[in-house]
Design a protein around this ligand. Structure first.
Ligand SMILES: [Zn+2]
Length: 244
């Protein structure tokens, strides 16, 4: 086995940089609390080496104070040229926990248990760039919603149309749901991943159905529990005869 050498170094420079925040759902100023740098080298023989660097950082959002972990890694084999022909190393950045900027997880506590669980898993998969798994998950949420609301039809295509006939989804929403159906088929049967932006849009359509079908009715029931809808009495004619 080729000899490998590794060196580790801690730095506590507390620099400020803009990184995506899972809680704030935007790029915000973060303090780099500490960086543990790994520099490695593998002797490949003939005077050649494979070298790598990984910056393992504890970061803290200066808005919401959320603490998370960021890894920025690069290696000697992964490089490209810029417009002026200069060589640069391609860095891979991973966040733990994973995050999607611009899209906030919905309050899933009031969802039916099975739908809430699949939603959380599909969402985490998308946050972590697991695109095939999140495609399967989004399709699974759609299947579970159809079965929970007892949508009519012999297959998912007919059930989606039934959701529209029952006014649970708009005409435009139905088109997106059919795309999600195809998207789930491709992910599950052909192992085909969709782009993150396609999956994010699909998940947002599903979130609208979840909010309209479960979350708002649940909250309305709690907020208006002492208020009965006012029944308007039928107008009475002056001679006590019911109005025509
Ligand atoms: Zn934040």
């Amino acid at each position: 086995m080729a000899p490998i050498t590794k060196k580790f170094e801690v730095t506590l420079d507390e620099s400020i940089e803009k990184f995506p925040c899972k809680k704030c759902c935007l790029k915000s100023n973060h303090k780099v609390v500490a960086t543990y740098t790994e520099r490695g080298s593998e002797d490949c023989g003939g005077g050649n080496t494979f070298d790598w660097t990984a910056f393992n950082q504890i970061i803290q959002c200066l808005g919401c104070e959320e603490i998370s972990f960021r890894v920025e890694s690069s290696n000697s084999e992964d490089w490209d040229h810029d417009d002026e022909g200069n060589t640069y190393w391609i860095a891979t950045v991973t966040y733990y926990p994973g995050r999607v900027v611009g899209s906030k997880i919905i309050d899933h506590a009031s969802l039916p248990l099975d739908i809430g669980e699949i939603y959380q898993e599909a969402r985490s998969a998308l946050d972590s760039d697991l695109l095939i798994i999140s495609g399967i998950g989004i399709r699974a949420i759609l299947d579970t919603i159809c079965s929970d609301v007892k949508a009519k039809g012999r297959n998912l295509e007919q059930k989606i149309d039934d959701l529209h006939e029952r006014s649970l989804v708009t005409k435009e929403g139905v088109q997106t749901l059919h795309q999600i159906r195809v998207l789930g088929n491709n992910a599950a049967h052909r192992g085909k991943a969709h782009t993150k932006s396609q999956l994010l849009l699909a998940l947002e359509v599903i979130e609208h159905i979840l909010i309209g079908t479960y979350i708002i009715p649940y909250r309305a029931k709690k907020v208006f529990k002492h208020i009965e809808p006012k029944k308007i009495a039928a107008p009475v004619a002056p001679n006590n005869e019911p109005a025509a």
